[in-house]
Design a protein around this ligand. Sequence first.
Ligand SMILES: [Zn+2]
Ligand SMILES: [Zn+2]
Length: 368
Amino acid sequence: MRDYSISTLEVTYTDGNYIFYGDSTEITTLWKSQIVHLIRSGDKIKIQKDGKVLGSYSSIFIKEKEANLTLKIQGVAPSTKKSRRYMNNFMITPEGSNAMKIINLVEMENYLGGVIESEGGGGKPMEYYKVQAILSRTYALGHLKKHAKEGFELCDRVHCQAYHDKLIYTPDIDIAVKATKGIVMLNQELKLAQGFFFANCGGQTSEADFVWNTPVAHCKSVIDTFCTRSRQATWTKKIEVSKWNKFLVEEFGYPAADTLLHQLQYSFNQPQRDAFYQFPQLGVPLRDLRYEFKLKSTWFDCFREGNYIVINGKGFGHGVGVCQEGAMGMAKYNFNYSQILNFYFTGIHLMDYYDWLYIKQNAKNSIE
Ligand SMILES: [Zn+2]
Ligand SMILES: [Zn+2]
């Protein structure tokens, strides 16, 4: 609940008993139809069950009585409107002058189920969910120090990976997460690889340096025919000629007075993905045009029609890494998760995380 500064939290029974500890002393057990309120009070947290105050503590630990239980939590002040269900254990401590830090101590596989459902939703092929599971797991394990200064590993926002509930509606996600248990993606240097993805490439993925200026060795452009019949593969947009000109001339000093280049100002063809408008010497990055005019992608052709520039584009998103609709297309043709990841990424390895840690440690020892 990192989007909020929670000062009162409501905790309710969901599918089993939880034990509450205040500063390591057992305080109470939550039974069916009971409600616990945790209320920030001075420099402590007050715990109240069914309206009765049980004490104030510097930390509250909420422990499941059996494995893999779920607890329902909801912000009361301020109101989070919806409740959320999270699995396993919780540690709650005061934060700032009037808030609480709510940490979910969750098993990796339970966390990943919630993340994949929060970000993608249901109705997709199994091998596609396996791809997402490997990318999300690799990201999570590669970023465990992201919030170290704040005393936890990952937040629940898009900043880390959206984790807005436990997995609820899509049992296939749970099967995919468990079937790929522990598997992470490594790059050519055997480091955890960045698993970029986006909605639709339109037929060709992008080189990473077209988008971020720096090449990423495992993200090379590939021709992708698996996504080209889906809904987001093509798009059209019209932009006023005056706005187009203003941006090109004022931001990039486009030589509009030049007779030849004046012609090229409005008409552009891009048979394959390029990095720049017209040619690199003009110095107009397509990603800047995309950003300025909110285009779905940088892969487009354009021409002038009266007072408008008509833009015909392909794909949706930055284009680097896994094309999600292409990956779903491959899964429907019975390609497996390894074939899908090896299609979109170059020179990667899939390996168990603990095997990787072991190899890394041994390589270090042999050098020392
Ligand atoms: Zn974060
Ligand atoms: Zn694609």
